[in-house]
Design a protein around this ligand. Structure first.
Ligand SMILES: [Zn+2]
Ligand SMILES: [Zn+2]
Length: 246
């Protein structure tokens, strides 16, 4: 059978001509293959310095011991830790916003690249669990109709293609909740209590660890509620994986 590779590269070249690759944040044409234009890429903020061992909140300064940030101090989260390689600021925040609210679905690929960066964190994988599964944070069906797609599911499925890690839609949102954006942490927790459950007839894979996928980690309330459902069902390690840390 003849190779399809030349045809594929021709199709890709034609597509690039019709739709030249653009920066995920500012829409400028990209001079070379990539996700962000050079000025936007220069503004992305990696989380590569000292950070909270639980939620990855960066700490500006030097640290001698593992650091628990004010967000986590005195908290007990149901997840083991939350990993993000990038801050939610500037061009990345802009790209996430356009993806989620502007329905720019194609941005799932550049954002999944940023999500994949979090897997390089030395906290992953922790010792136990043989197999890891990606689990998207679910949307309520009503929110899904409003937004037309679940951003977490799109990111998890794209990351699954990039890494080979299987994706399982284990959770569902059983209660429609108002937007979390304007709420503080106690209000968020109250708003979300009992909002998630395990999908019926969906047993957890045994001896597994779970990577809970979302776009942004802010207070951790959503991730906590989802992780609590998985842990209650007997899950081993649950690690939160987000494109960015708010
Ligand atoms: Zn740009
Ligand atoms: Zn923290």
């Amino acid at each position: 059978m003849p190779s399809l590779a030349p045809l594929r590269s021709f199709a890709l070249a034609a597509l690039n001509l019709l739709y030249p690759p653009r920066c995920a944040a500012c829409l400028a044409r990209l001079p070379a293959p990539g996700d962000f234009c050079p000025p936007c890429a220069a503004q992305l903020q990696p989380i590569d310095g000292p950070h909270c061992r639980t939620c990855s909140e960066p700490f500006s300064g030097r640290l001698a011991a593992p650091f628990a940030c004010p967000n986590c101090r005195g908290q007990s989260f149901a997840f083991d830790c939350a990993l993000s390689a990038w801050r939610s600021s500037g061009p990345l925040r802009e790209a996430i916003h356009r993806f989620k609210y502007g329905r720019h679905l194609h941005l799932r690929l550049p954002l999944a690249h940023k999500l994949r960066d979090a897997l390089a964190d030395p906290r992953f994988p922790p010792a136990p669990a043989a197999n890891w599964f990606l689990v998207p944070v679910p949307l309520h069906p009503r929110r899904l109709r409003e937004r037309r797609f679940n951003q977490s599911a799109e990111l998890a499925l794209t990351l699954s293609k990039l890494t080979g890690l299987p994706c399982r839609h284990l959770l569902r949102r059983t209660r429609y909740t108002s937007s979390q954006a304007a709420l503080n942490r106690p209000e968020r927790l109250r708003n979300l209590a009992g909002a998630f459950s395990l999908k019926p007839r969906t047993p957890l894979p045994p001896h597994a660890g779970f990577l809970l996928v979302d776009d942004v980690f802010t207070t951790g309330s959503t991730a906590h509620e989802c992780a609590a459902v998985l842990k209650k069902a007997g899950a081993g390690p649950v690690i939160v994986l987000t494109v960015a840390r708010g």
